[in-house]
Design a protein around this ligand. Structure first.
Ligand code: AMP
Length: 273
């Protein structure tokens, strides 16, 4: 596995390779969720590139940028073992200068749900993803459905800015008890981790109601909120795949999203029905 930190060196290395390239951007502290993205990219492409970069512009003041888990040696081993061809591991000053052009998240879709509690977060995400996609020029880029709003906004950016990359959504990987894997799960103590299970449990409540043909979103959201009690809820929403509010679940076109805070950790989860 080749490890490169300089963007121009990576561009040069990938130039004229005549191979399909699958790209997985990450912030490291890799887990089975990231590995499933890597595996999917390996199945569908001749060359697999992973980036590990804790992007400062997507963290708001007071968030966990300085404490974000870093496991450089373990991550390198995981990538190598998973068959990654190139690991891009830049520093912040390889990516940013002090005076920067940036991508602005859309005023509506970028500032609802997670964007409401983290205003500006998605501008940071879109800016770094734009930079990374321009550096790697992949055939396909892989993103987890777990970060559904991020996936939606990246898909929108690629479409609206006429970019030439296929965005591939990948299913959420969970622990055996239902908790969605996240690099931030290590912040949870035993009690908070137990409480956090209410998040996936609330999504189960929703799918059970839908399977009984209860489709009214207000009714479903009320039951989900009961299941989440006493967790602090940032939002529980049922949207269509365009991220617009709906009154009735439409099978095949609905996303059910939850963000709740366990201890001090914001946890996201969702299901696509
Ligand atoms: P992160 O390192 O948290 O920025 O995540 C990098 C990529 O992995 C993003 O596309 C995430 O959506 C994806 N990802 C994170 N957790 C999971 C999971 N549990 N299952 C599938 N993909 C995930």
């Amino acid at each position: 596995m080749k490890i490169i930190s300089n963007p121009l060196e990576l561009k040069e290395y990938l130039k004229n390779n005549n191979k399909t390239v699958g790209f997985i951007p990450t912030m490291g502290a890799l887990h089975e969720g990231h590995i499933s993205l890597i595996n999917r990219a390996s199945e569908e492409n001749e060359l697999v590139v992973v980036s590990i970069f804790v992007n400062p512009t997507q963290f708001l003041k007071g968030e966990d940028l300085d404490n974000y888990p870093s496991r450089e040696q373990a991550d390198k081993k995981i990538c190598s073992f998973a068959g990654v061809d190139v690991l891009f591991y830049p520093n912040a000053d390889d990516i940013y200068t002090s005076d920067e052009v940036s991508v602005q998240a859309p005023n509506v879709r970028g500032y609802v749900l997670e964007g409401r509690s983290r205003p500006g977060h998605f501008s940071g995400v879109l800016t770094v993803v734009m930079k990374l996609l321009n550096i790697v020029s992949p055939t396909r880029a892989y993103f987890g459905k777990k970060d559904a709003q991020q996936l939606n906004l990246i898909t929108l950016m690629v479409k609206q800015l006429f970019m030439s990359v296929e965005i591939v959504p990948v299913d959420t990987v969970r622990e055996a008890d239902g908790l969605a894997l996240s690099s931030r799960n290590i912040y949870l103590n035993e009690y908070d981790r137990k409480e956090a299970l209410k998040i996936s449990a609330s999504l189960h409540v929703c799918s059970r109601m839908v399977s009984k043909n209860i489709l009214d979103t207000k009714e479903i959201i009320a039951s989900m909120r009961e299941t989440l009690y006493p967790l602090e809820i940032a939002y529980v929403e049922i949207l269509n795949r365009n991220f617009e509010k709906i009154e009735q679940v439409e099978i095949g076109d609905s996303v059910i999203l939850v963000e709740a805070i366990a201890g001090e950790t914001r946890l996201l989860d969702n299901i696509w029905l």
